[in-house]
Every structure is written in C-alpha cells, then in structure tokens.
Design a protein around this ligand. Structure first.
Ligand SMILES: [Zn+2]
Length: 496
C-alpha cells in the first residue's frame, strides 16, 4: 500500500494578495500576475510560498492586521503524494506550489479563486488563438515579426486604464459579453478597417467575374469547416527549410536531460521575473523550491509517465520559454510559465497554453482518461486572469459541491456577485459529507493508523480541541474520495 503524506500547516493563513491592492495601496496585479503568500512550516522554517514566490513584499510573517485586503488560504505540506491523490485534490480546489499544497478560503479571501479546466477533446481554437499559431509559423518560416501581436490580456483592463467613462468593472464585463462591445474595442479598429478594405476588394473582384460573393463565401465556410484547424495542424506545417526551428519538449523534472539546462532555465526565469514582474531579486532557492521541487511519486499508465515536468521551448536550441506542468491520470495541470521577454512579440502566453493543450491531446490519445487541461485558478475580479476563460469550452469548480459548471453560466453569476465575489455555482447540490475523522489515517508514533487508534496511543491528544478542529477543517476541504491520505499532526507526534 502506498500513501500520500500530508503535514497539517494552517487553516487560515493570511498574506498579501498579488491580485488586488495591498496595504501600500498599489495595484499589485499590475506588476505581478500570480499571487504570493507566506507560510510557517514547523520543519522547514519560514517559507515564502507562491506561484510568484520571492521578491514580493511578503515578509514571511502572518500579517492579519494592517492589510486592506488579504489572501486567506489553508495549507498542508506534502512529503510524498500519489498522482491520483493530487488529481483528486485538484478537483477540490487545491493547488501545489513545490511541496506546499494550499486551498483558498473563497468565502473570506479578498479574491476568490476557482479552479478552471478545459476538456481538450472539445477544444475549439478562437480566431486570436489561431492568429498566435499563424504568427509563430510566419516567424519560424521567414523570420517575420508580427506587426501587431495578439492581445494577451483582457480588453476590460485596457478600457479601465484608458479611463473609459465611469463604468464599473461589472458593467464592462457585460459589455464584453456582447458582440457589439467587442467590435467597439479601440485596439481592434485597425484590424477592422483592413477587413473592410479586403471585403470591398473581394466584392469588386466578384462583380468583375460576374459571380455571387455569397456563394463563394458559403463555399469557403464549408472548406473551413472541413479542415477545422487544430493546434497540431499548425505545428505540422513546419518545414526543414524554415529559417528557425522550434522544438517543444516535455522533460521530467530531475532527469539527466533536465539537469543539463538547469542554469539556462534559471537564468531565463530570472530575466522573466525581473522584466515582466519587476522582481528585483529572483533567487535560485525560490525557483527550485516552488517550480522544481515536487512531492509527486512517479507512475506510468498506458505508456504515459505521470509526475512533474518542465515543458521546454527551444528556439534554434536556445531555451526561450518554460512551462511548469504536472501530468496526472486525468489531466495536465499548468502551474507556471516563464519566457524570454525578448520574444514577447510571439504572444508566448497564448502560444504556450495552446501547446500545452496539444500536449494534453497527445497524452489523451495514449491514455484516454487523461482529457483535461487545468489552467490553475481563475479570478474573475482580475482582468489578467480572464484570458484563461478564452480557451473554450471551460468549466469552473463549484467550491461548495465540488461539481463542475460551464464557464458561461458561472460568468453570469460572477458578474452579479456581491461582497468579495464568492459564488456557489451549483447552489442546489449539497456539499459531499466529509469522511468520519475516526476512520481517517494519521501518522502516530506507532506508525500509520486510523485516528481512532492513534488517540488510544497518544492519550494527550484525546481532549485536544484544536487538533480536532484542524483535522475537521482539512478533512472537509479534502472531501470523501481521496483514499490514500495520511495526515501528520504534531499533536499526535509529540516526540518529533
Ligand atoms: Zn486580492
């Protein structure tokens, strides 16, 4: 029997939020896409943990006071973890940063975070996603740089920055939903103009040849439908005589191949953090702890290796982007990505997400249950996160019932949400009954055993109300169907 061992750390860890205004009143989201937080670990001293780990304002101490807004999470430290258990925890809204697993307390945290996923067997590329693929190919083939790259951020943000009227974010969201508002986006105007010119030219041509433009359009539409473009179809266009070669590789973290480019990868991370996130001092230990370390135990099914990987993007053998991902029995989970800012013109945020989706499709062909692409947390109030919902059809995880709901339905609810923006997407579904504490497994001096038996072994823990409260809290967040968990509480191991 193999186990996942989780050491309890905190129920309500408060920290500065990377997504909204912090105590200094600055818009942290503008300089940091990902949140960060700190946590006290009994064994590992004070750690600053987060997808956007070090270099942030986190001091490594809990700061419940003085924060206007703060991120509230519960956390455990995974000493080892079965891939199925991690997949199960992802479906309860957990996420990992290195070996630290955390789950936002969405009812009280300043920016509720919902797990977002995409069924890759139903994925359809949007127009701008196709453009990102096309622009990459044009660059690889002819060294041609796009005149105007695709917008990787949500237009809502741009609108707000431009101070377009006094409309609230909520109103803007609604505008975004309507095609008319989309058409009115200022940045799209040049594109539109070009389109109109093209259309006029096309119609004139048709007139000259005496053919019906509508008939030709219908024919084209049919052709388009016949060759519904996939990400793979763009990748397969590559030819040996192209000016550049892009190689994308899924590399096992810790493998000899991975070790070969360790320095190059870290230097790339440093450049990215400094340029994109204005992080003055990215450090090697932080990068290792949060983007390389993993508690996942290796496993293989159907020829697919599960565990922690770095997805390398090698342009003419130079590392230009790294996607940090987990391959799990049901999904590929994207954790972080960093790229060379010199290549921003290639819309690498979108391009790499598309390649990760394609990678998931490849893995699905080998191991059919693996069919989801997890993009981490979606934060409705954070415009920089909206791009995640552009990969359709997406679903969000209901924090109450742990059921998945269609993004379009969730968006309507989120637009109407009050207070901190917390929403139950499936209000009519009940929360699954958590397992009985007495039956759960814990680590105690006599080894792995049920909580009931551990209490007989450690009498001092019987009346420990804090232990029981913490255990109930974590058991509720974990839910009933993650079977191989063993919990470690210091109260049950007084001599450690
Ligand atoms: Zn926040």
């Amino acid at each position: 029997m193999d186990w996942t061992i989780l050491e309890f750390m905190s129920t309500n860890n408060r920290s500065s939020c990377g997504y909204c205004k912090d105590v200094r009143g600055q818009d942290a989201a503008s300089s940091s896409e990902k949140g960060s937080f700190s946590v006290q670990n009994s064994k590992f001293h004070v750690l600053t943990v987060g997808e956007e780990a070090e270099g942030d304002e986190s001091s490594g101490e809990e700061q419940p006071e003085g924060r206007i807004q703060s991120s509230v999470t519960g956390g455990v430290w995974a000493h080892r973890m079965l891939v199925d258990d991690y997949a199960g925890l992802l479906d309860k809204g957990w996420r990992r940063s290195g070996k630290y697993l955390y789950k936002p307390n969405n009812k009280v945290t300043c920016c509720p975070q919902y797990t977002i996923r995409l069924d890759v067997t139903r994925f359809k590329m949007s127009r701008s996603q196709k453009r990102a693929m096309r622009q990459m190919n044009e660059f690889l083939a002819n060294d041609k740089r796009p005149v105007c790259g695709i917008k990787e951020e949500d237009p809502v943000e741009k609108k707000e920055q431009e101070g377009a009227s006094s409309s609230s974010t909520k109103t803007s969201n609604k505008n975004l939903a309507s095609p008319d508002a989309k058409r009115a986006k200022p940045a799209d105007r040049p594109v539109l103009k070009k389109k109109e010119i093209r259309r006029a030219k096309f119609e004139e041509k048709c007139r000259k040849r005496n053919v019906d433009p509508e008939a030709i359009r219908a024919e084209r539409r049919q052709k388009d439908a016949d060759r519904q473009r996939t990400v793979r179809s763009y990748i397969d266009e590559a030819r040996p005589d192209w000016k550049h070669k892009l190689e994308v590789k899924l590399v096992t973290v810790g493998s000899p191949e991975y070790e070969q480019r360790l320095d190059e990868s870290y230097e790339l991370y440093k450049k990215y953090q400094q340029t994109i996130h204005k992080d003055k001092e990215p450090r090697l230990p932080g990068w290792r702890t949060f983007l390389c370390d993993s508690p996942l135990l290796k496993d293989t099914r159907g020829g697919v290796n599960f565990g922690a990987f770095h997805m390398w993007y090698l342009l003419d053998d130079k590392l230009i982007a790294v996607g940090v991902v987990d391959v799990l029995p049901r999904c590929l989970s994207a954790k972080y990505m960093y790229y060379d800012p010199d290549y921003s013109f290639l819309s690498l945020g979108t391009y790499t997400a598309l390649r990760e989706i394609e990678q998931t499709q490849q893995l699905h062909a080998k191991w059919p249950p693996l069919k989801y692409y997890y993009m981490g947390f979606y934060i409705h109030s954070c415009p920089k996160m909206r791009y995640k919902a552009k990969f359709r059809p997406s679903e969000l995880l209901c924090d109450k019932s742990f059921e998945w709901a269609d993004y379009e339905i969730c968006r309507e609810l989120l637009d109407k949400a009050e207070d901190n923006g917390y929403v139950e997407f499936c209000p009519n579904s009940d929360r699954p009954t958590p397992p009985r504490l007495e039956n759960l497994f814990v680590m105690a001096p006599g080894g792995i055993q049920t909580f009931a038996s551990a209490l007989r072994e450690v009498p001092s823990a019987v009346d420990n109300q804090e232990l029981r409260r913490n255990f109930e809290y974590v058991a509720d967040l974990v839910g009933p169907d993650v079977p191989n968990l063993v919990f470690y509480f210091s109260a049950l191991n007084p001599d450690d």
